[in-house]
Design a protein around this ligand. Structure first.
Ligand code: SF4
Length: 331
């Protein structure tokens, strides 16, 4: 029909294993129904584990900071513009108005995180790089307007934080770029991607994140979202999918199985490196056995830094994009 958590990590036991965290009641952690929370997962971190368990470990267990990447920060900038576009009166949501927002939104990101300026070197080369980076952001915003007319729609929600606790105690959480609700009550979940649309064999991975959100919304609102819509601003394509209950039940089984695999890795201390095309963008090559590195010892106690999921909860998550930027799965 086709038309981004964390574990609540404990300390490390002898033998390099990570102790499985103590359970918490959902009502202590924002969950519903008094279920005991045994851990939490977002689509981004689930995706990390599916991509490479060792990457998940570096991000969630070790919580090793990552350098912000220009692509991730550009994604954050474009998302910010598209979110704020809908603050304007309907008739004022023009391409010109959106493009005018780019500079002030970039200033706002810089103010929140001055070190983002280091993405571009001083001097003529850095300035040229910054100009090209901004030009690409402009093209993405312009491309958005070739896909839909924001003057003809009024989102019900933007940057919506959602979470739910499954009966197993696993908390699912994440941010949805946009939720549209039709007069009939039909729900459309929209996600902007600043990359290009995936090849057919990678579509399932792209849709997993959307089905994850659909599962959470279904549980929260009792109605299966009618449409999942991924808008690729890198090449101007839209991927649409109409989920049904069977899809979402299968997604829940997949998420539960992933969580079990994560718990097994925590118990055994075995975080397998799985090399793939995403290694090109990985910030952890120097400590990755696939590239001749050695992972650091597992932390002996919970690391005293906010976890990616903590940051997500605060509206800022991407270790690649740094503080002030929420994670967008564009890489
Ligand atoms: S470099 Fe590749 S294999 Fe190594 S941790 Fe990163 S994603 Fe995994």
């Amino acid at each position: 029909m086709t038309t981004t958590e964390t574990t609540e990590t404990g300390g490390t036991e002898a033998g390099g294993r990570t102790s499985v965290p103590p359970a918490r009641r959902a009502d202590e952690g924002g969950g519903a129904g008094g279920a005991v929370v045994v851990g939490s997962l977002s689509p981004s971190r689930a995706g990390d584990f599916m991509t490479c368990p060792l990457l998940y470990r570096f991000r969630v267990i070790d919580r090793i900071p990552e350098r912000p990447s220009a692509a991730a920060v550009r994604g954050t900038l474009v998302h910010a513009v598209l979110e704020r576009l809908f603050d304007l009166p309907t008739g004022a949501r023009t391409p010109e108005a959106a493009l005018e927002m780019l500079a002030p939104e970039w200033d706002r990101l810089l103010e929140a995180e001055p070190e983002l300026a280091e993405l571009f070197e001083d001097g003529a080369d850095g300035e040229a790089e910054h100009a090209e980076w901004l030009a690409q952001a402009r093209r993405m915003v312009e491309r958005y307007f070739t896909l839909e007319d924001p003057r003809r729609l009024e989102p019900a929600e933007r940057e919506l934080f959602v979470e739910t606790v499954l009966d197993s105690g696993l908390k699912l959480r994440g941010y949805i770029d946009r939720v549209d609700v039709a007069p009939s009550g039909d729900v459309r979940i929209v996600d902007y991607k600043t990359g290009t649309a995936p090849r057919a064999d990678f579509e399932a991975r792209a849709l997993f994140q959307m089905k994850f959100y659909a599962l959470v919304l279904w549980r929260l609102r009792g109605r299966v979202p009618r449409l999942l819509q991924l808008m690729y601003l890198g090449n101007g394509e839209i991927l649409r999918y109409e989920p049904d209950e069977a899809d979402l039940r299968a997604t829940q089984r997949k998420v539960e199985a992933l969580w079990q695999a994560i718990r097994r890795a925590m118990e055994t201390g075995e975080w397998r490196a799985r090399a793939g095309r995403l290694c090109d963008w990985c910030d952890h090559k120097e400590r990755c056995p696939e590239f001749g590195g050695t992972p650091p010892p597992l932390p002996s106690a919970p690391v005293d830094r906010p976890s990616p999921a903590d940051l997500e909860g605060a509206g800022r998550a991407d270790p690649r994009a740094g503080v002030g930027a929420r994670e967008h799965d564009d890489l």
